[in-house]
Design a protein. Structure first.
Lengths: 337, 399
C-alpha cells in the first residue's frame, strides 16, 4: 500500500509540474545559453558549415537575442527542427524561441499559444521547374506533379492557387527540404514549390543549378519571422526589440565597424540605441548596451542580409521588399525612445 | 482465522476479521487501486486542459469539421482540398489499412516460401533462404524503405521516357501505370457469373471431400476450380460481346494520364514491409517446422505419402501451432512499421494526420490520441482474428 501511494504521489507530481513555468529571460540567464530552433539546413537562412558553425539570416536573429540578453552572440544552442516539429518544440519549452523561416499566419498566431515577434524576411511562394519542360508561367502547369515540404503554408497556398485557376495537380509531400530537392531532381515531380527565397537556396543545392528555372509568379504573402511562446510578454519584448534593433541600426547608419564610434560620438538617436543615452536596456530588463552588443557582434540588418542571402552570398537575392522603408522596401522599425 | 472460513469464503461476524478475509481484502485493494488510477488520469487530463487554456492553445475536436485546405497524393475515397479534417483522417486510415493488408498478404507468402525453402534438399534454395533471412532481418527497416524509394524506384526513367509494354503499361519514376478496366452495360452479369462460380467451387470441394472419404478416389479439385473460376465468367463475357473496355494510360505533357496508377511511395513501402516482414515470418516458419518431430516425416513416408506432399499435408499443419502466435506479433509489428511511410511521403494515417494535419491545426493532443487509438484498435482486431485462428489449429485436447 505504501508503494501504491508513492506511485500516485509521483504521478501527481509529474502532472502538476507541467503547470509551472518561470520567465524565459530568467531561464536563459541561469542556463547561460539561448536555445534557438532553426531549420534542418536551408542555405542563407540557417545552415551548418563543415566546422559545425551555424550561419544565416534566421541564425542572426538567434545571435542578436543572445547578444542582447547574455552579451555574447556565440552563446546559442541551435536545435534543428523540421517544419512539422517546430511548433511542438516551442510549445513544450524545448526551445526558448523559434527562428526558422516561419510564416506569420492568423491560425498560428491565434490558436497555437504562440506569438510572432515580427518579420525578418518578407517572402512569397513561387515555383521552380526544370528548363527542359519549356514552361514559362505557372498558369501552364495544369496536370503537373508538385513537390512540397509537408506541414507548411505552401501546401495550403498551392491547393488554393490551382483551385482558383481551375487547374489539376498532384501533391507529393516530403519531410525535409533536402528530401524535397532530391524528389525534384529524381523527376518525381515537375515543379517544386516553396517560398521564393528557399527556391533560390534549393536551386544552389541542385547538381546542375542552371537546369532549373524559377517562374516569375509569386502566389502568396509569406512574412517570415521569429516566434515565442504566448504569455511571457517580457520575453516577447526582448525578441521583438532585438530584431528591431537590427533594423533600426541599419536605418540609423550604425554597423559593426562604426558601433564604438557611434556609441561615443553619435547623434542623439544613435547614442540612444547604443545605450550611451537613455534607459532602453533597463526597460527591457537587459543591460544598457544590449543593442550595441547586437550590432557589434552580429552587424545591422543590412549587413546580415548581404552576408547571408544578398550580394555577398551565393544566393544573390536583391533587397526588394526587405529594403528599408526609405529605400523602396517595407522594413520599418518603430523608433527607440 | 480458522480453516473453514477460508474454504467457504464467508466473512466472520466480527468486524476485525472482515478485513482479514482474503476475498474482501483483494476487493478493497483493487477498488482503491482503481480509484487511485482514476484520480491519476483525471489529474493528468484536467491539468493538461488547464495548462493549454492558460497558454492560449486551442483544444477540442471541432477541427474535424473544418476544411483542411491541402491535397493528398493518394486516396481510396474521393478527396479534395475543400474536404474536412475528418475526411483527411479517413483517407489516411484507409491508406494505412491498404498498405497493411498488402504487406501482410505478401510477406506471409514470401515468408512461407522462404521458411520452407530452408528445408529444401536443393543446396541453392537452402542457401538462398539463409542469405535472405540473415540479410533483411539485420538491416534497419527505415534504411530498407529509403533503399527501395531513393535507390531503386527513383532510378527509373522520367515520365516522358517511360518504360512501356505495348504502350499500355508504363513504368517510370512517377509509378506504375496500368490500363483501367471500364465496365459497359452487362458487366454485372459477368460479375454475377464469377460469384456463382465461387459458390459452385465451394460445393464441388465439399462433394470431392466426401467422395474421397467414402471411396478413396481423388478428384482434381484445384484444376477444376481454377477452370471454373476463370472459364465461366470468360465464356459469359464472350457470349455477351465483351461488356468491358480498357482505359489506356497515355503520356501527357507532364504526367501519364488515364488508366490506373500505383504510386512509387506505395510500391517502396510495400516492398520494404514485405521483404522485412517476410524474413521474420520465414524464421517463424522454420521454427515451427523444426518443432515437428522427424518421426512424423518417417511415418508419412512409411504410409506411402508422396515426398512432395509430406510438407504440406503432414508437417506444416502441425507446425502451424508454433507459427500462429509468432505470426500474430509479426503482423502487429508490420502495421506499426507502416508508419515509416512518413519518411518517403506515402500518405498513410501517420503522415497525413499526425504529420500534416497536426501541423496545420496545431492540435497535437487530440490528433495523437486519435491516431494512437486507431493503431490500438487495428492491432487488437488482428490479435482477435489471429487468436481465433490459433484456437482452430491448436491441439484438440480430450475434455
Amino acid at each position: 500500500m505504501r508503494k501504491l501511494s508513492s506511485v500516485i504521489a509521483a504521478g501527481l507530481a509529474v502532472g502538476l509540474s507541467v503547470g509551472a513555468t518561470a520567465g524565459t529571460l530568467e531561464d536563459v540567464k541561469k542556463r547561460g545559453t539561448l536555445s534557438c530552433g532553426v531549420s534542418t539546413g536551408l542555405a542563407g537562412f540557417s545552415q551548418k558549415d563543415e566546422k559545425g558553425q551555424w550561419s544565416g539570416l534566421d541564425v542572426d536573429v538567434c545571435k542578436a537575442v543572445a547578444a542582447a540578453v547574455l552579451g555574447d552572440a556565440g552563446k546559442v544552442q541551435y536545435k534543428p527542427l523540421t517544419a512539422k516539429e517546430r511548433f511542438t518544440a516551442l510549445q513544450s519549452g524545448e526551445i526558448d524561441m523559434l527562428s526558422r523561416n516561419t510564416t506569420w499566419t492568423h491560425t498560428r498566431d491565434t490558436s497555437l499559444g504562440l506569438n510572432f515577434a515580427g518579420v525578418n524576411y518578407y517572402d512569397g511562394q513561387g515555383f521552380m521547374v526544370s528548363k527542359k519542360l519549356g514552361v514559362k508561367s505557372a498558369l501552364e502547369l495544369d496536370g503537373a506533379s508538385a513537390c512540397i515540404q509537408a506541414g507548411t503554408t505552401t501546401e495550403l497556398n498551392l491547393a488554393d492557387y490551382f483551385r482558383a485557376n481551375g487547374m489539376k495537380y498532384t501533391a507529393v509531400t516530403f519531410d525535409t527540404s533536402d528530401q524535397t530537392r532530391s524528389g525534384f531532381e529524381s523527376g518525381r515531380c515537375d515543379v517544386l514549390t516553396s517560398d521564393q527565397s528557399q527556391l533560390y537556396a534549393i536551386r544552389i543545392g541542385l547538381k546542375d543549378p542552371s537546369s532549373a528555372l524559377v517562374l516569375p509568379e509569386v502566389i502568396s504573402k509569406e512574412p517570415l519571422g521569429p516566434v515565442v511562446r504566448q504569455g511571457d510578454d517580457a520575453w516577447l519584448n526582448i525578441v521583438k526589440w532585438s530584431m528591431f534593433g537590427l533594423v533600426e541600426a541599419e536605418f540609423l547608419g550604425i554597423n559593426s565597424a562604426n558601433a564604438d564610434d557611434m556609441k561615443a560620438n553619435g547623434k542623439p538617436g544613435q547614442k540612444r540605441l547604443m545605450g550611451s543615452e537613455g534607459d532602453s536596456g533597463d526597460k527591457l530588463g537587459l543591460s544598457a548596451d544590449w543593442a550595441y552588443n547586437i550590432v557589434k557582434q552580429v552587424g545591422n540588418y543590412g549587413e546580415s542580409f548581404e552576408r547571408n542571402v544578398g550580394a555577398g552570398s551565393p544566393l544573390k537575392i536583391s533587397r526588394g521588399l526587405n529594403a528599408q522603408w526609405n529605400q523602396g522596401g517595407i522594413m520599418y522599425s518603430p523608433p527607440v525612445r | 482465522m480458522s480453516k473453514e472460513h477460508i474454504t467457504h469464503g464467508k466473512p466472520l461476524a466480527s468486524s476485525g476479521s472482515f478485513f482479514n478475509n482474503p476475498r474482501n481484502r483483494a476487493l478493497i485493494y483493487q477498488f482503491l487501486l482503481l480509484l487511485g488510477l482514476g484520480y491519476f488520469f483525471y489529474t493528468i487530463v484536467s491539468n493538461t486542459m488547464a495548462n493549454m487554456e492558460a497558454r492560449g492553445i486551442k483544444s477540442g475536436f471541432g477541427f474535424l469539421f473544418t476544411t483542411s485546405g491541402f491535397d493528398i497524393l493518394m486516396s481510396l475515397v474521393p478527396y479534395e482540398a475543400t474536404d474536412t479534417y475528418g475526411r483527411t483522417f479517413l483517407v489516411g486510415l484507409l491508406n494505412t489499412i491498404l498498405v497493411s493488408i498488402i504487406g501482410i498478404f505478401l510477406s506471409t507468402i514470401l515468408g512461407f516460401l522462404m521458411g520452407v525453402a530452408y528445408f529444401s534438399p536443393n543446396w541453392l534454395l537452402k542457401r538462398l533462404s539463409i542469405v535472405y533471412v540473415e540479410t533483411f532481418r539485420n538491416i534497419p527497416l527505415l534504411l530498407q524503405v529509403f533503399f527501395w524509394y531513393f535507390a531503386v524506384l527513383a532510378a527509373l526513367p522520367s515520365a516522358q521516357d517511360s518504360l512501356s509494354i505495348g504502350q499500355a503499361v508504363f513504368l517510370n519514376v512517377r509509378g506504375l501505370f496500368l490500363p483501367a478496366l471500364v465496365e459497359d452495360s452487362g458487366a454485372a452479369v459477368v460479375y454475377g457469373t464469377a460469384v456463382a462460380a465461387v459458390i459452385a467451387i465451394f460445393f464441388l470441394r465439399r462433394w470431392a471431400h466426401k467422395r474421397q472419404d467414402d471411396t478413396g478416389e481423388q478428384f482434381p479439385v484445384g484444376r477444376v476450380s481454377l477452370a471454373l473460376f476463370i472459364g465461366a465468367p470468360l465464356l459469359i463475357a464472350m457470349l455477351m460481346g465483351m461488356p468491358f473496355h480498357f482505359d489506356y494510360p497515355q503520356i501527357g505533357r507532364f504526367n501519364v494520364s488515364g488508366g490506373t496508377s500505383i504510386i512509387p511511395e506505395l510500391m517502396a513501402l510495400t516492398l520494404a514491409l514485405t521483404v522485412y516482414g517476410g524474413a521474420f515470418i520465414a524464421e517463424a516458419v522454420r521454427a515451427g517446422v523444426q518443432s515437428v518431430p522427424h518421426g512424423q516425416t518417417e511415418a508419412a513416408r512409411s504410409l506411402g505419402i508422396k515426398e512432395s506432399r509430406i510438407m504440406s499435408l503432414i508437417i506444416v499443419p502441425q507446425a502451424m501451432r508454433v507459427i500462429m502466435p509468432l505470426l500474430n506479433s509479426e503482423y502487429q509489428s508490420l502495421v506499426k512499421n507502416s508508419t515509416l511511410a512518413t519518411a518517403i511521403g506515402y500518405p498513410d494515417l501517420f503522415t497525413v494526420f499526425v504529420g500534416t494535419s497536426l501541423n496545420q491545426t496545431g492540435q497535437a493532443i487530440e490528433i495523437v490520441f486519435m491516431t494512437m487509438a486507431v493503431y490500438f484498435a487495428i492491432n487488437m482486431s488482428i490479435s482477435f482474428i489471429m487468436n481465433h485462428l490459433n484456437a482452430k489449429v491448436a491441439l484438440v485436447e480430450r475434455k
